[in-house]
Design a protein around this ligand. Structure first.
Ligand code: ZN
Length: 371
């Protein structure tokens, strides 16, 4: 049987131009390489799964390539590139500070730093989750970071920049990685689906991209998960079922009911959602997102902030026309109150039902004031 390789590994970018959603960072790194302006210490900050370690590895491979391409990409053919691609390069050293955070771990690394590389010009030391180093480990490392040998380059990566000591920050060139935008994630998933022979509806990929919340690694593992559940045909319905995501349809329907003040129907619909096994708290935060999306759909200049597929976008634009901004603001206030109380309440269901009543009353109360 053929070994299954997870997509996050199988499709890990091997050159700067295949990194998704971090264009300004990859182009700055490429320019630095072309202009031979390498720093000795870099700090890559940003959320998990957005390509920090991947970029660090590509950078290490590129600066050691013996036949650098004019666009500052590695050749993938020289001895050094081949060693990198097969994971046996001696020019790259990775330390995961989450599990190796003691003084001894850092001393071991510091001892290695003095050794000259056998092949290629640079030894690159990647320290992942660097904020996890103990205070004494940080101190042991500081001296090396202050005066590194010319062949050594450090790339520190962290999800929590605020935990990094100022003495470290001041010695590093800092790169802030973005969470990857939903459309970029969808485009990437589409390409992978084609390569894997998977048919996928755009809305299905959109649900995956939204669930991944800006992390490509998560998007790819969710993709693998739904493919193993749904097979080679990813439909919107199957994906929301597998990921336990509530269909957009419910939010649109509920909003219409709130708008028309139909409490009984809202209760029944809520009951239907509960019977499908959804968490009431998730429904409330989903409603919050829905009203936020309605709000941005109301103004031409903010429509671009909608991160949904084309057909869902149409529905937002349509429903946005039926409600006033005041209605949306009032609804958001009610939802916010519910979210604050929800955790403390014992009777969660009642808490949500009272919120549904308040949402249904928004327009009714306004009418009474006018009379
Ligand atoms: Zn090369």
């Amino acid at each position: 049987m053929e070994n299954f390789i997870v997509s996050a590994r199988k499709y890990r970018p091997a050159s700067f131009d295949t990194v998704i959603g971090q264009y300004s960072i990859t182009s700055t790194l490429r320019n630095a390489i072309l202009n031979k302006q390498l720093a000795q210490a870099y700090l890559f900050c940003g959320p998990r799964g957005v390509g920090k370690t991947t970029c660090a590895r590509i950078f290490a491979k590129t600066i050691n390539c013996m036949n650098l391409q004019p666009n500052a990409e590695p050749c993938n053919e020289c001895e050094s590139c081949k060693a990198f691609n097969s994971g046996r390069s001696l020019n790259i050293h990775e330390l995961d500070a989450a599990s190796n955070n003691s003084v001894d771990d850092i001393r071991g690394l510091v001892d290695q730093v003095r050794i000259l590389p056998q092949v290629g010009k640079y030894s690159v030391y990647i320290i992942d989750e660097v904020h996890m180093l103990s205070a004494s480990a940080f101190n042991a490392f500081l001296k090396t970071l202050e005066e590194p040998p010319a062949h050594a380059i450090f790339i520190l990566a962290t999800t929590e920049k605020h935990k990094i000591l100022p003495t470290i920050l001041s010695r590093c060139q800092i790169y802030d990685f973005n969470r990857i935008k939903v459309p970029d994630t969808i485009e990437h998933l589409k390409r992978i689906a084609v390569k894997e022979g998977v048919q996928a509806e755009e809305e299905a990929l959109n649900v995956i991209a939204q669930k991944a919340d800006g992390a490509m690694r998560d998007a790819l593992s969710i993709f693998d998960q739904v493919v193993s559940f749904c097979g080679k045909n990813l439909t919107y319905d199957k994906v929301i079922e597998n990921l336990n995501v509530l269909d957009y349809d419910y939010y649109f329907k509920l909003t219409d009911l709130f708008h028309d003040g139909k409490v009984a129907e809202a209760f029944l619909l809520f009951n239907e959602i509960m019977e499908k096994g959804f968490d009431a708290g998730n429904l409330v935060s989903g409603l919050g997102r829905h009203f936020r999306d309605l709000l941005v759909a109301k103004e031409e200049i903010t429509v671009q902030l909608l991160e949904v597929s084309a057909s869902i976008k149409e529905r937002y634009l349509k429903q946005a026309k039926t409600v006033t901004p005041e209605f949306i603001f009032d609804a958001l206030k009610v939802i916010e109150q519910c979210e604050m109380q929800y955790k403390m309440r014992v009777e969660k269901r009642l808490c949500v039902e009272l919120t549904l009543i308040k949402l249904c009353q928004i327009n009714e109360l306004k009418k009474k004031v006018l009379v």
